[in-house]
Design a protein around this ligand. Structure first.
Ligand code: IMP
Length: 183
């Protein structure tokens, strides 16, 4: 285990098994339909890559990159689109793939934005859910795990851009979060 890690919450085996289940579920739900997975960069990258490989029906992918406008407007949930989709989604079956739903503000804004483009269907797939922190309700059609209110990293999730490469989901030591000197 890496020296900055306090506790592993989800092992790579637990994640692998759950991602497989979700992949099968999506495959069943979208049989005979054209499916587009939209990954939200950068946090969902590893989840999306693993999910994609257990989906057993034809599937296309696209990406969006978003950032919130900063602390002052955080509660408004207004996000800035840094990179938009390459193709229109009108009439398509879209599943948005996100790493974690926390307050729900980011996704609710994003879903409103995507809904206005008139997809045939629009669902959310999130690896992690922190229900304790929810401010706005979002309907997560495919959920990996519900976790308690702790800041987690690994499997794509970062702290100041670090730790995305860890193959498990974990909590960092207090001194790492406070000190800001991460490896
Ligand atoms: P929300 O708008 O509060 O739901 O924010 C969701 C975004 O905040 C996620 O896509 C992550 O980028 C980030 N986030 C929330 N909780 C965590 C965490 O525990 N670890 C890493 N990133 C997090």
């Amino acid at each position: 285990m890496m020296r900055d890690v306090a506790e592993i919450l989800l092992t790579r085996e637990e994640i692998r098994a759950r991602v497989q289940d979700i992949g099968y579920q999506i495959s069943r739900d979208f049989q005979e339909k054209d499916l587009l997975l939209v990954g939200i960069l950068k946090g969902s990258m590893i989840f999306l890559a693993d999910l994609l490989r257990v989906i057993q029906i034809p599937v296309l992918i696209d990406f969006m990159s978003i950032s919130s406008y900063g602390a002052a407007t955080a509660s408004s949930g207004v996000v800035r689109i840094l990179k938009d989709l390459e193709e229109p989604i009108e009439g398509r079956n879209v599943v948005v793939v996100e790493d974690i739903v926390d307050t729900g503000l980011t996704l609710s804004y994003l879903m409103r934005n995507l809904q206005s483009r008139q997809p045939k269907s629009l669902r959310i797939c999130a690896l992690l859910d922190k229900p304790a922190r929810r401010i706005v309700d979002v309907d997560i059609a495919y959920k990996g795990f519900s976790i308690e209110d702790r800041f987690v990293v690994g499997y794509g999730l970062d702290f100041a851009e670090h730790y995305r490469h860890l193959p498990y989901i974990c909590v960092l030591k207090d001194e790492v979060i406070k000190g800001g000197n991460h490896s």
